[in-house]
Ligand binder design. Structure first.
Ligand code: NAD
Ligand code: TDX
Length: 337
């Protein structure tokens, strides 16, 4: 089995590569990644020592390059993680989100069709369903809901989902889609809520909480997401969408206070700042389809997942320091002052 993993130098992709190399000793994995600000080859240091793993630098939206790669490598399976993934950046500059998330997906789908890939898996997000109200805890995202997006990021991801399903219906390409809730864990770029708060709290910087901190996210430990994708690419039905999430809803302020408690830092670091434009109120996944169809269940409790995550950041200060020395400093200054 030869798998192309795009975006594997990013957070979830690199966790997926480690999970798969560990579980399947005879699989070959090729990672295609453009190494944008969010991609980090250092995250793949251990994988690069494995003879079954290869890294290729390039963009999923470079059609000629993607075609040549597929021609050379004959992939059985494609798992597309590559994306511009941060909502705040999409509000600043939507166009790169369309280029990578829509056109990049189109290039991968076209090459998968041309070269007879046996399974194309699109890594999507719960954000394609828009948001749920805060006062209706009985409502959850299900796979049959309409796509109603809020940010340029979620609009680009929803577009990619529609294109993926169109390649199934029109050309018979064996596709699957997973729509997962917010992930946390090792190797997450510190622009996202949890690592941002860890990194800033360690530096005794203020912790910028948008609005009143009452927005709700449904947190899943990254390894549980990787396990779900593994099950889908092996047992999922072509043309189907699978929601992935573990009924672990927390308000943002609860999450930030949890980080402070683990690090023994004072709550006085919390600063309420201007709300995100178009800020989604609540995400909450109903994972009953993937549980019934493939036996998936989240295995890591939030407390132990947070402990593992924070310990990873404390043990990997070099990884963080390198990020802080690059484009990140300029971004942080621009966004947080
Ligand atoms: P990330 O930003 O950490 O990583 C994205 C990776 O894609 C980076 O390595 C980057 O270099 C690469 N990339 C960007 N543009 C590229 C291009 N044109 N060609 C090739 N590579 C390119 O993102 P992540 O958090 O790991 O998310 C991975 C996927 O999972 C995304 O598709 C995202 O939409 C989805 N997702 C993320 C979450 C989450 O909580 N982080 C939840 C649900 C779904
Ligand atoms: O500084 C901050 N302060 C703050 O209050 C940041 C960065 C975020 N927040 C809030 C906004 C959200 O309500 O925290 C919540 C989580 O924010 P993000 O980490 O930016 O994630 P979110 O916008 O929920 O999107 C994430 O989940 C779905 C990922 O970034 C997406 O890639 C994924 O598809």
């Amino acid at each position: 089995m030869k798998i192309l993993v795009t975006g594997g130098a990013g957070f979830i992709g690199c966790n997926f590569i480690y999970y798969m190399l560990d579980k399947y000793a005879d699989y070959e994995i090729v990672c295609l990644d453009a190494l944008t600000y969010a991609g980090n080859l250092k995250s793949l240091t251990e994988a690069l020592k494995n003879p079954n793993f290869k890294f290729v630098k390039g963009s999923i939206s470079d059609k000629a390059f993607v075609d040549a790669l597929f021609d050379r490598e004959s992939f059985d399976v494609v798992v597309n993680f590559a994306a511009e993934s941060h909502v705040d950046r999409s509000i600043e500059n939507p166009f790169i989100f369309l280029e990578t998330n829509v056109m990049g997906t189109a290039c991968l789908l076209e090459a998968s069709k041309k070269y007879g890939v046996k399974r194309y898996h699109q890594v999507s997000t719960d954000e394609v369903y828009g948001d749920l109200p805060l006062d209706r805890p009985d409502l959850f995202f299900t796979e049959d809901m309409k796509l109603i997006t809020s940010s340029p990021y979620s609009a680009s991801k929803a577009s990619a989902d529609l294109l993926t399903l169109a390649y199934h219906r029109t050309y018979g390409l064996p596709v699957t889609i997973s729509r997962c809730s917010n992930n946390y864990g090792p190797y997450q770029f510190p622009e996202k809520l949890i690592p941002l708060m860890i990194v800033r709290a360690l530096d005794d910087k203020n912790l910028p909480v948008y609005g009143k901190g009452i927005n709700v996210r449904d947190w899943l430990y990254v390894e549980d997401h990787c396990k779900a994708i593994d099950l889908i690419i092996h047992g999922g039905i072509p043309g189907e969408v699978y929601n992935v999430g573990g009924h672990n809803e927390k308000t943002n302020i609860e999450v930030v206070k949890t980080v402070l408690r683990y690090l023994s830092k004072p709550e006085s670091l919390i600063t309420y700042v201007k709300d995100r434009a178009g800020h989604d109120l609540r995400y909450a996944i109903d994972p009953s389809k993937i549980t019934a169809a493939l036996g998936w269940k989240p295995e890591t409790e939030f407390d132990s997942g947070m402990k593992k995550t924070i310990e990873w950041y404390l043990a990997n200060t070099e990884w963080i320091d390198e990020i802080k020395s690059g484009e990140y400093a300029e971004y942080s200054k621009r966004i947080y002052g």
